[in-house]
Design a binder for this molecule. Structure first.
Ligand SMILES: [Zn+2]
Length: 223
């Protein structure tokens, strides 16, 4: 299982160096067109209309996304079970992200750091439900959108983003930034292709999320 990233990266090298290396071309192509590539496909017009409808119904201002440097993120088309979340529920991720995450978790564990999954793929409808819950509990839309991106704009829809925690740390809480797990991630996550999406003061108006990491194909392979 953990040999897979090497195979994927080998496919890129192979196709780049040897034009006749066709057995790996399909794998390389799937990397380039993956939702986790550095330049993923844009959301289709029907999907953008669907997202606009969901957000209008929720009460998200129509110019919110453009004002916060947010682009529509297509729903994942390929998902695999990447593991279990802290409640034991299966977590789905893009196949490439799932392999990289498993390798990162194993590497962290080998260095005495336990990484646990809080959340992986979430659909636009699920994201809408998260926002509705916050509004129902009296939170303003403005405050809710500092915690959850509007439906259609969440990286979780791509299947490439994951929320992580560690034992004895409150899930999806700023205190995660003070854990050994976060220190390990800031040092090593990039080696596995994961990047912190929402650092302090990010342009999306989303609060600092030390737990939220997005896998991007093209980052250096794990050592
Ligand atoms: Zn997240």
């Amino acid at each position: 299982m953990f040999a897979a990233p090497s195979k994927f990266f080998a496919s890129i090298v192979c196709s780049a160096m040897f034009a006749i290396c066709t057995p790996h071309a399909a794998a390389a192509q799937s990397l380039e067109t993956s939702a986790c590539s550095a330049s993923p496909a844009s959301a289709t017009a029907p999907y953008q209309r669907q997202v606009a409808n969901i957000d209008r119904e929720l009460g998200v201002q129509s110019d919110y996304a453009s004002a916060h440097d947010l682009s529509p993120i297509p729903e994942a088309t390929q998902l695999v079970i990447a593991g279990r979340d802290i409640r034991g529920r299966p977590v789905k991720l893009d196949p490439h992200a799932a392999v990289a995450l498993k390798e990162m978790i194993v590497a962290a564990e080998a260095q005495g750091v336990t990484l646990q999954i809080v959340s992986g793929y979430r659909s636009a409808d699920y994201q809408a439900g998260l926002l509705r819950d916050k509004l129902r509990h009296g939170m303003s839309m403005q405050s809710a959108l500092r915690i959850n991106a509007p439906p259609g704009y969440s990286e979780h829809q791509s299947g490439c983003a994951v929320d992580l925690t560690t034992p004895h740390s409150k899930a999806a809480d700023a205190s995660f930034a003070r854990t050994r797990a976060y220190a390990w991630l800031t040092k090593h996550a990039a080696e596995y292709g994961f990047r912190l999406s929402y650092p302090p003061g990010n342009s999306h108006g989303i609060e600092f999320e030390p737990w939220h990491w997005r896998y991007v194909i093209g980052a250096p392979p794990a050592r």
